[in-house]
Write a protein that binds this ligand. Structure first.
Ligand code: SF4
Ligand code: SF4
Length: 101
């Protein structure tokens, strides 16, 4: 996903970022509008995905049941920041900016 928030700089020049262990913000903050295993109506924004385990890892990682949406949300310096609180805030703003009217 390459969100286009007006006051967030482009990430093209940023170095590669890897997902921070124990964060899980990507699996909590955004809504998922398609069904996924264990959540047949999708996932509301701000609700932890049922597939997120106690270590905040995806139980479906690498499996075909994992929603395509999840693979499209790649780590970036802008999104991940320096901690889960930053990422939750950033993703919350993205969710609000992309919410259908
Ligand atoms: S916000 Fe970044 S560090 Fe946190 S779960 Fe998502 S990709 Fe990983
Ligand atoms: S399916 Fe996995 S990657 Fe997708 S939101 Fe749930 S825990 Fe996160």
């Amino acid at each position: 996903m390459s969100p286009a928030l007006p006051d967030v700089p482009a990430s093209d020049a940023a170095p590669a970022v890897t997902c921070r262990p124990g964060c899980g913000a990507c699996c909590i903050a955004p809504s998922i509008t398609r069904p996924l295993p264990g959540m047949p109506h999708g996932k509301p924004a701000g609700v932890p995905c049922i597939q997120l385990d106690a270590d905040r890892r995806c139980r479906l990682f690498g499996r075909p049941e994992r929603p395509a949406f999840c693979g499209g949300l790649q780590p970036s310096r802008e999104m991940c920041g320096d901690g889960a609180a930053h990422a939750m805030h950033w993703l919350g703003r993205l969710e609000a900016a992309t919410r259908p009217d």
